[in-house]
Design a protein around this ligand. Structure first.
Ligand SMILES: *Cc1c(COP(=O)(O)O)cnc(C)c1O
Length: 482
């Protein structure tokens, strides 16, 4: 995106600084078909087929658009088991872009987390972090250790306009360390805090937390999976960094951490994962798990062509014209929805637009899954696939009672460099329509509920005929339009 100004003040929109040279055909089924497909998929957007979806906003993972330079680089992949030039090129990119001299490859972000947990966590340990991510928590708790969230209060307030809602609560962190120092395996800093709405964490906060770790002899680990968006927000929202280059910011940040890991399905516009560190001892401790779980040290389960794409993609994460696209599209959509009165998580973050389902349906019982109901309604209304980030994404308590999520959100992810502005406008339009017709939307109940990861595989049904009523309203408002 550029800072190009449009002639008329009232028509300022983000302008793409790239063009599309490979296209994929999309289909928008008639609403009656969408209703049928949603029910066949058990009202779970994970179970929909991509061919039945117009706007796939499920995730930003592994669905970002590659550049011409990335695709060109993939042709020179050096497919040798040991001593691969591809591995050297990726190592050099990590050194140039992040200023980190050593790395271990892994097949994706959660594989990095598995290695970190295996290396550092034992039963009774605790891992403090600003906020958990699903896969991170699963690996840590699997080994009998515990996750403690220390995000500042503002992070959990959907209506807080703070520019850095991913920040740690520093006084709580200090107290926690005082009381639990011996049990801490490592401390994890999540950039672009995923589960609270892609909200960034400030440079000042991250540097302070890293320093506290140093002072207390605790290993600091940064999850840089969503660092691309966070980098953009540091540069545009944090005054002290306005005049620094993205590369300077990146180097300063990575230098403060003991370990930086990322999912290259997000950072680097490709697929894979890397654990990076300047500390040879720490790398040595983790190293043996790479050939055990992932693959040899030159590829760690990644496909060599993907590694070439990551190497080029990492340089592109320093380019403001590329990395501003997601945040500016998200901001554009949020402005439009907010002006219309639709409850969204603000301020605009990275990753996607988050609709506050508990405000769409204030009277819907929590155990009828408001965020899941909104996900089903959005697919029926517009062929738009979002992801439930609410109670369905939680797991029941050991005694079988529901654990209600703190926030009931529907996430509409905006994959990087993928959609055009008119498609974003279409989504905003259909969200407004669902908002205006929210009184028609009812809840869901499980018909098939797996005991783990129910949000991936679970099947639900509407509690009554609300979906047919929604379709009838659509026909009356839109005629024979798709
Ligand atoms: C996606 C993600 C991960 C896991 O990465 P995968 O490549 O999907 O395994 C870890 N942390 C954060 C913050 C993420 O967004």
């Amino acid at each position: 995106m550029s800072t190009v100004k449009f002639y008329k003040e009232e028509h300022q929109v983000p302008l793409e600084m790239h063009k599309v040279r490979i296209v994929q055909k999309l289909f928008l089924l008639p609403i009656e078909e969408r209703l049928k497909k949603m029910n066949e998929a058990g009202n779970n957007t994970f179970l929909l087929q991509n061919k039945d979806i117009y706007m796939d906003m499920l995730t930003d993972s592994g669905v970002n658009a590659m550049s011409d330079n990335q695709q060109a680089a993939m042709f020179q992949a050096d497919d040798s088991y040991a001593g691969s030039e591809t591995c050297n090129r990726l190592k050099k990119a990590i050194q140039d872009v992040m200023g980190i001299s050593g790395f271990l490859p892994a097949h994706q972000g959660r594989a990095c987390e598995n290695i970190l947990a295996e290396t550092f966590c034992k039963p009774g340990d605790v891992v403090p972090m600003n906020f958990h991510f699903t896969t991170t928590k699963a690996h840590i708790t699997r080994l009998g250790a515990e996750v403690v969230e220390l995000v500042a209060q503002k992070g959990l307030q959907a209506d807080s306009m703070d520019p850095f809602k991913g920040d740690f609560d520093i006084p709580r962190l200090k107290q926690f360390i005082q009381e639990n120092k011996e049990r801490i395996s490592f401390l994890r800093i999540e950039t672009g805090t995923n589960l609270i709405g892609g909200q960034p964490i400030s440079m000042a906060n991250m540097l302070e937390v890293a320093q506290i770790c140093k002072d207390n002899g605790i290993i600091s680990v940064m999850d840089a999976s969503l660092l691309q968006d966070n980098l953009y927000f540091i540069k545009t929202r944090e005054a002290a960094y306005k005049d620094k280059s993205t590369k300077e910011i990146m180097h300063e940040l990575c230098a403060a951490m003991d370990i930086t890991y990322f999912s290259a399905r997000k950072l680097g516009f490709a697929r894979g994962g890397c654990i990076c560190s300047n500390n040879a001892d720490l790398l040595l401790k983790m190293k043996e798990y790479v050939p055990l779980f992932e693959g040899f040290l030159t590829y760690g389960g990644m496909e060599v062509r993907s590694m070439e794409a990551i190497a080029v993609g990492l340089y592109e994460t320093l380019d403001m014209e590329y990395i501003s696209q997601g945040p500016l599209f998200i901001e554009h959509m949020i402005k439009e929805l907010d002006a219309y009165g639709v409850p969204v998580v603000k301020p605009a973050g990275g990753l996607g637009v988050h609709l506050d389902a508990s405000k769409f349906f204030p009277d819907m019982p929590h155990n009828q899954y408001p965020a899941g109901a909104l996900a089903a309604a959005m697919y029926i209304a517009g062929g738009i696939r979002g992801m439930e980030r609410g109670t369905i994404s939680e797991q029941r308590e050991p005694d079988g009672t529901e654990r209600y999520a703190e926030l009931e959100l529907l996430r509409l992810a905006v994959p990087r460099r993928v959609f055009t502005l008119s498609q974003i406008e279409y989504v905003a339009d259909r969200v407004k329509w669902v908002w205006d017709n929210r009184h028609l939307v009812g809840g869901l109940r499980f018909v098939e509920e797996p005991s783990v990861l129910r949000f991936f595989f679970g099947r639900l049904e509407p509690v009554n005929d609300w979906q047919e009523k929604l379709v009838a309203q659509f026909r009356s408002d839109f005629g024979d339009s798709l």
